[in-house]
Design a protein around this ligand. Structure first.
Ligand code: SAM
Length: 290
């Protein structure tokens, strides 16, 4: 039997038959707008040569759309109570595998290598909002073999994630996103599209993973330490923020900023990735204590 997973009364009846109650703590807002999942599945590039890693399938509304287009879908869901629901809603769909696990704890590289041999892989998900940044950062930083990451996140988070470094809206996470990927804001999704309805609107973004970073630096880890220090105290001047964040004397930081051609009174939010990379290559900052 095929389920209409965007029909609110049908979904209510289905969940009631399993004695399921939404968990706010797990970010459970299920999509009930029939236009959104097909659009996400199209825009993530799912086709017969692609494997899709989905995070948080819920009751399978996006999973079913992905499975219609992709060669294979592997969906990682933390809430064990949803496993029997998914077994029912996705029954008969052969190219879906469900994994009951925490996406932040499971070995995603091993999962991808085991499940998607011979396929190009993308990630597509309506992310649980409480772990948006950690999930995106772990997908990017671990350099998983993914072509792109298409995710629905809160609108404010989408703006921050896609903001180019050097703009006021940018933060440390925007710098990381721009370093590892080319971000695109795809479309907005109003709060009425979900059950239960969240307080805020959402947006879908796609991060096209870069094959090579857009800037060169000698020590990537140091560059990201500098970025975090600059944004940890973003209202302070770089001189003060970096001196406090990296535990370095102000004179040493000042000298590094001078050598990198960056004003001592500049704020981190004005720096581009090129600025951060150049600064991390200055010898007197490379000796920063670990
Ligand atoms: N994809 C469904 C949809 O669009 O209707 C559900 C999206 S809902 C916003 C987020 C889903 O992520 C929920 O099913 C929730 O149980 C699951 N989830 C929450 N934390 C998780 C985690 N750490 N690992 C895997 N799944 C998680």
């Amino acid at each position: 039997m095929e389920y209409d997973l965007t029909n609110v009364s049908a979904v209510r009846a289905l969940l009631a038959s399993h004695g399921f109650h939404f968990s706010k703590a797990l970010g459970q807002n299920f999509l009930v707008d029939p236009t959104v999942s097909p659009r996400m599945a199209e825009l993530c590039g799912a086709d017969e040569n692609i494997g899709v890693l989905e995070i948080g399938p819920g009751i399978g509304v996006l999973t079913a759309e992905l499975a219609e287009r992709a060669a294979r879908v592997v969906a990682v869901e933390l809430d064990a109570r949803l496993m029997p629901v998914l077994a029912q809603t996705l029954a008969g769909i052969e190219n879906v595998k469900l994994v009951n696990a925490d996406v932040l704890k499971i070995d995603l590289l091993q999962l991808i290598e085991q499940e998607f041999a011979g396929l190009d892989v993308v990630c597509c998900a309506n992310l649980p909002y409480y772990i948006t940044s950690p999930v995106i950062m772990s997908l990017l930083e671990r350099r998983l073999p993914l072509g792109s990451v298409t995710v629905m996140v809160q609108r404010e988070a989408a703006m921050r994630l896609c903001a180019p470094p050097g703009r006021r809206e940018a933060g440390a996470v925007s710098c990381a996103v721009s370093y590892y990927s080319e971000p695109h804001l795809l479309f907005d999704v109003p709060s009425v599209s979900f059950m239960p309805r969240p307080k805020v609107d959402s947006s879908v973004i796609r991060l096209d993973i870069r094959k090579c970073p857009p800037v060169r630096c000698g020590d990537e880890r140091l560059m990201f330490r500098i970025i975090r220090a600059a944004f940890n105290q973003r209202r302070k001047t770089l001189l003060n923020a970096l001196s406090a964040g990296l535990s370095l004397p102000k004179e040493q930081v000042g000298q590094a900023l001078d050598e990198a051609g960056i004003s001592r009174s500049e704020r981190g939010e004005r720096l581009t990735l090129e600025d951060f990379a150049r600064l991390s290559d200055i010898p007197c900052i490379r000796g920063v204590p670990q």
